[in-house]
Ligand binder design. Structure first.
Ligand code: ADP
Length: 742
């Protein structure tokens, strides 16, 4: 391949030498080959590396080497040319005779610098000469003609050869001229270079000085560098430490984020690629743990119509954080779109150049709180509705000033004001007249102590229209609490009891009057029975005397009349005694005088006494072991008489009455059972009240005053016993009483 680059003159010389049909050898002053041309190498069959230096000398026949070296030495000494022949080994390891012309080479300063030698293979000529010598020896012994002829042809051949040699010599001379020119050029170049070298030596010295100075500077710089290096090393160590700490802190931050109960995620780029997300937010998303192969949009497509993508994009565009509170976000969890509530933030994240590269999403799920709040709001709404529709006056008073938050029509009417004038105003500002009546203090106590206040028929003076009247309220002031239990107001419930109070006052008035009348009645009964008792005692004594005097009479009327008179007198005596006892009871003058007696014996006595005047009913006493009691015998006797005569009075004829007694731990229980009309449930409670009588078609023809059971109950109570009845209408009655044994 040819290069277009122009050849240097030395290269040009070599190129010419290489094309020359003659072997060329350039020696330095020590006979080392500095150059051989292509013809030389072709002849010796060796490479240029094998021929350069003193190696080329090995090709010279051993017998010729000394002569050659002597010739070189002499020519070098004389700085002259030489021409010698010697045998040189060719590529086939055969020695050929060569003729060598050498010329001295001088350097730029004119000193001897070696030889330029050009050699020609003359082995054929030398062989021919040898053959000629042999032939000439032969000629002397043979025919001169033949010899002449042969000499002639040999001469011709020699002539031809000589001609060839002459032309070759010409070519050689030409080449020699060219080489001499080239040599001149080379020498000029060498001279120029030497001058340049000298100049450059000077420059080099200057440079050296500069270098020394620079070196010194460099040494100083080096020292500084060494110091800097140390500083760098220590700051590198610090950096490494910092890096380590950073790694540690990054690890900590990451694990902090990952373990945080607060949902945290980081999205990168405008496409919002999920690069960080802790378990908390992964759980909220409800899409499984494989979230990092997603963008926010691909993971949560259901948020597409919920403004959230726009919020993210806005943050990414403006670099301004976005915060939402109690925001409803519908997320598909378990394949169902469900509403959740969050407080969340989208905060831009910037790189070191201040450019936004992502968004951090933090949040807190507040679904429970929001739902609870909604429930509270709902229940507050319900409470307001309840208050507005309540059939009693109700209101809610808020704060320490009792500002009217809600009040129903009844309450507004009760206050006697316009709704607009009272709503959202502190209560005592619009009802100043209520302030002085202790209500303000009561409400303050409810608000500050959190205790309910209840009052019945509390009198309050209020202006109603232009009138200032007293009204009576049943009030309940209940503390109104928020969901933390703190009192924030009062729920007031008021019922107007004015009408009832006035009615009751009227009733009490009439009761007073009734009682007054009752007392007058009692007084009258007391006086009347006292007054009746004396003539009745006389009448009874007179009839006793008359009975004795007329005991022999045979007149049946007289006998019958006396017996009936006796019965009526006993009845009347019992009645008057009852009235007397009542009046004694009222005036507290009844006295219990206790004694020991046998109860079963008294039962028999009282039953027999009743049975004397009663033939329509039979009385049976169930006897057991005798029971002794410590009681007022007369008064217990009057109780038995009353119960037995009632059993007779309120039973149809022919029925029997049974009397029983049972001794228990420390008391005795007596029962009188009849098979009579019985008593309805509503009458049972009132049976022992004073003057109480059952009013029915059955009883309307039975005389009585309704004092017997009342007196009996009082007597038993004064003994520390108990009296009661078991009965059903139409099924008979059993009256019980107990008496303590001691
Ligand atoms: P009185 O018998 O004089 O009316 P009491 O005080 O003895 O007064 O009795 C009160 C009322 O109790 C009676 O009016 C009667 O209606 C009712 N009563 C009393 N004993 C009996 C009884 N054994 N059976 C049904 N009702 C009775």
């Amino acid at each position: 391949m040819h290069s277009n680059k122009p050849l240097s003159s030395e290269d040009q010389v070599k190129a010419i030498a290489d094309t020359a049909p003659i072997m060329l050898l350039m020696l330095d002053k020590d006979n080392n080959a500095v150059y051989v041309n292509a013809s030389w190498l072709y002849f010796t069959g060796r490479t240029i590396e094998q021929e350069t230096g003193e190696q080329w000398l090995k090709g010279i026949h051993q017998a010729d080497l000394d002569f050659c070296l002597q010739t070189f030495k002499k020519a070098a000494f004389q700085q002259s040319s030489f021409k010698i022949s010697f045998r040189l080994k060719n590529g086939d390891h055969n020695y050929h005779w060569v003729v060598c012309n050498g010329a001295s080479r001088l350097n730029a300063t004119g000193e001897f610098d070696g030889f330029v030698c050009w050699c020609l293979d003359i082995d054929d000529v030398m062989v021919a000469n040898h053959q000629e010598n042999e032939r000439q020896a032969l000629v002397s012994s043979q025919n001169e003609d033949i010899l002449s002829k042969e000499l002639l042809s040999a001469n011709e051949e020699l002539l031809t050869t000589n001609e060839e040699l002459a032309s070759t010599n010409k070519a050689l001379q030409l080449t020699q001229v060219k080489l001499a020119n080239l040599n001149d050029e080379l020498e000029e170049k060498v001279r120029l270079r030497t001058t340049a070298l000298e100049e450059s030596e000077h420059e080099q010295q200057t440079l050296n000085e500069e270098l020394v100075a620079t070196n010194e500077e460099l040494a100083a710089t080096n020292e500084e560098l060494a110091t800097t290096n140390e500083e760098l090393l220590s700051s590198q160590r610090r950096l490494e430490k910092l890096l380590e700490e950073l790694k540690e802190s990054e690890h900590r931050t990451r694990s902090l984020i990952e373990s945080a109960p607060l949902p945290i995620a980081v999205y990168k780029g405008r496409e919002m690629k999920i690069v960080l997300a802790n378990q908390s937010i992964i759980d909220i998303w409800g899409k499984g743990n494989d979230v990092f192969s997603h963008t926010y949009h691909s993971l949560l497509p259901e948020l597409g119509n919920q403004a959230i993508y726009d919020q993210l994009d806005e943050v990414y565009t403006t670099g301004k954080a976005f915060h939402a509170r109690n925001q409803r976000v519908d997320i598909v969890v378990d394949n169902v779109l469900q509403p959740f509530y969050f407080n969340y933030s989208f905060v831009p994240i910037f790189d070191t150049k201040g450019e936004i590269y992502g968004i951090m999403n933090t949040g807190a799920e507040v679904t429970d709180i929001v739902r609870a709040k909604q429930l509270v709001e709902q229940s507050e709404k319900n409470l307001h509705n309840i208050i507005l529709q309540a059939p009693v006056a109700m209101c809610i008073l808020m704060g320490p000033k009792h500002t009217v938050m809600v009040a129903n029509d009844m309450m507004i009417e009760f206050w006697g004001k316009e709704r607009a004038a009272i709503l959202d105003k502190p209560l005592f500002e619009v009802l100043p007249e209520a302030r002085e009546q202790g209500l303000e203090q009561i409400m303050a106590d409810v608000f500050h102590r959190g205790e309910t206040f209840e009052a019945v028929e509390m009198p309050v003076s209020l202006y109603r229209g232009s009138q200032n009247g007293v009204i009576y309220q049943n009030v309940v002031y209940e503390p109104y609490r928020d969901n933390t239990g703190k009192v924030i107001g009062i729920i007031a419930i008021t019922t107007d009891a004015t009408e009832q109070v006035l009615a009751r006052q009227k009733l009490e008035q009439s009761l007073d009057e009734v009682q007054k009348l009752q007392r007058q009645k009692d007084d009258f009964i007391g006086i009347a029975s006292h007054e009746l008792k004396t003539p009745l005692t006389s009448l009874s004594a007179l009839i006793q005397v008359l009975t004795v005097k007329l005991r022999d009479t045979t007149d049946p009327f007289v006998n019958g009349a006396l017996a009936k008179a006796n019965i009526q007198i006993r009845k009347m005596t019992n009645l008057i005694n009852g009235f007397l006892n009542i009046s004694r009871l009222e005036s507290g003058k009844i006295h219990i005088e206790k004694q020991h007696f046998r109860l079963n014996q008294l039962l028999h006595e009282m039953a027999e006494e009743i049975q004397i005047t009663t033939h329509s009913h039979s009385i049976h006493i169930h006897d057991h072991e005798p029971v002794d009691v410590f009681a007022d015998k007369d008064k217990v006797g009057s109780v038995l008489t009353n119960l037995l005569s009632n059993a007779v009075k309120y039973s149809p004829k022919g029925k029997s009455i049974s009397v029983n007694y049972v001794k228990k731990d420390d008391y005795v229980e007596v029962s009188i059972h009849d098979e009579g009309m019985g008593i309805t449930e509503q009458d049972l409670d009132k049976l022992f009240d004073r003057y109480y009588r059952v009013e029915s078609s059955y009883t309307k023809n039975i005389s009585g005053f309704g004092i017997g059971l009342y007196l009996s109950a009082e007597i038993i109570k004064q003994h520390g016993g108990r009296i009661w009845v078991q009965s059903k209408s139409g099924e008979g009655s059993t009256f019980y009483f107990t008496l303590p044994l001691n």
